[in-house]
Design a protein around this ligand. Structure first.
Ligand SMILES: [Zn+2]
Ligand SMILES: [Zn+2]
Length: 268
């Protein structure tokens, strides 16, 4: 009876399937609660400068909200939350805050998908790894993750070591960076997400790294759970592995949200 708080929709341009089918699969797999968290419009670029296929358009955001609320009304026995996945871009916090105020979100996932303008998780930009030092990238990534935590904009930090997606690994021991970042997130009072999509990425691992997860547990950082499904058949996938990883890290509870208020529930 798991919870999946990271479901996308066709509106982002790189996911597929009807939203009702995501709900149907969630039922078939016995999930106790789900949340859609599709990519927020690329608010940090002017509309005419936005690349296609990465996120919904401005005018689709109200439609997305309305469709999640309609699915909720149609499924009174399955809690369906209204989430959103929002990019953290330093310096653009006020613009994002305005956008988040406009809709009755249950929770906001904060994501680092860009390192100083480079979309490092996009398979079209793999060239960017060439000539860049992995340790420098890791330090910049976690610096941004800490800034995202401190921004006060987010309830949970999505896939919090996404930098490993294509196999980029730190050269040196970054245990102190994991520890410091976990402490900053704990002080901010927000969650991290355990995200199973890495199992199907080249890295073949859940996000985040077990050592980072253990520090988070030690500092009392709660977790949300998500598959990052971009197709209906992916809903709930990998969650048993994620639950096992959480237990090994010391977790006994996961976080759920309603109107940005957190409730912890037993892991199983
Ligand atoms: Zn996506
Ligand atoms: Zn993401």
């Amino acid at each position: 009876m798991a919870v999946d708080y990271h479901l996308h929709t066709y509106r982002c341009g790189h996911a597929r399937g009807r939203m009702a089918d995501y709900v149907r699969i969630a039922r078939e797999r016995g999930l106790r609660e789900i949340g859609f968290a599709d990519h927020i419009p690329i608010y940090f670029h002017a509309p005419e400068q936005r690349p296609s296929g990465l996120a919904m358009a401005d005018e689709e955001l109200p439609e997305y909200v309305a469709e999640v609320l309609a699915l909720r009304a149609d499924n009174p026995d399955l809690p369906i939350r209204l989430g959103i996945e929002a990019d953290y871009i330093p310096g653009r916090e006020p613009q994002l805050a305005v956008l988040l105020e406009r809709h009755p979100f249950d929770y906001v996932l904060g994501s680092i998908h860009y390192l100083d303008g480079w979309g490092f998780d996009n398979p079209d930009f793999l060239d960017g790894y060439r000539g860049r030092d992995a340790d420098v990238l890791y330090h910049r990534y976690f610096e941004l993750l800490q800034a995202a935590a401190r921004s006060g904009l987010f309830d949970s930090l999505a896939h919090p070591d996404l930098l490993k997606k294509f196999g980029c690994r730190p050269r040196s021991d970054i245990t102190p960076l994991y520890r410091k970042t976990a402490a900053v997130i704990a002080a901010a009072g927000i969650c991290i997400e355990v995200n199973t999509a890495g199992l199907w990425a080249p890295v073949g691992e859940i996000y985040p790294h077990p050592i980072f997860l253990r520090f988070c547990c030690g500092f009392g950082v709660p977790v949300t759970l998500g598959s990052d499904a971009h197709a209906p058949e992916r809903v709930g996938s990998g969650l048993p592995e994620a639950i096992q990883l959480l237990k090994q890290a010391g977790y006994r509870e996961i976080a759920t949200f309603q109107r940005r208020r957190r409730t912890l529930i037993p892991l199983e």
